[in-house]
Design a protein around this ligand. Structure first.
Ligand code: FES
Length: 108
């Protein structure tokens, strides 16, 4: 099963196995990884599941669609080129080891 490495706000890391087809957001919620709020439950309408994809994985993750791109304009923490909504990244075997950094805040 592929794994996601979550870098928490305090700099510590949590490595969690996340089944293929399951989102990076759900992987965090189901494993009590703190810092991802996911108020809308994954329907791409809240922008409280913001993460920064680490550079090594930037080219492996499919780019955001228009809806996600629009929502990223409203994230509470600074938006960076590596910003993504974690509910829109579904795990695949090719993403094994995907490392994402959780921002300092998810809501204003
Ligand atoms: S959980 Fe709401 S946009 Fe991702």
């Amino acid at each position: 099963m592929p794994a996601v490495v979550y870098i928490l706000k305090d700099g510590s890391e949590r490595r969690v196995e996340v089944p293929e087809g399951t989102s990076v957001m759900l992987g965090a919620i189901q494993n009590n990884v703190p810092g991802i709020e996911a108020e809308c439950g994954g329907c791409c309408s809240c922008a409280t599941c913001h993460v920064y994809v680490e550079p090594a994985y930037a080219d492996k993750v499919p780019p955001p669609d228009l809806t996600e791109n629009d929502l990223l304009s409203g994230v509470a923490a600074e938006r960076k080129p590596s910003s993504r909504l974690s509910c829109q990244i579904n795990m695949t075997a090719a993403l094994d080891g995907l490392t994402v950094r959780i921002p300092e805040k998810q809501s204003l």
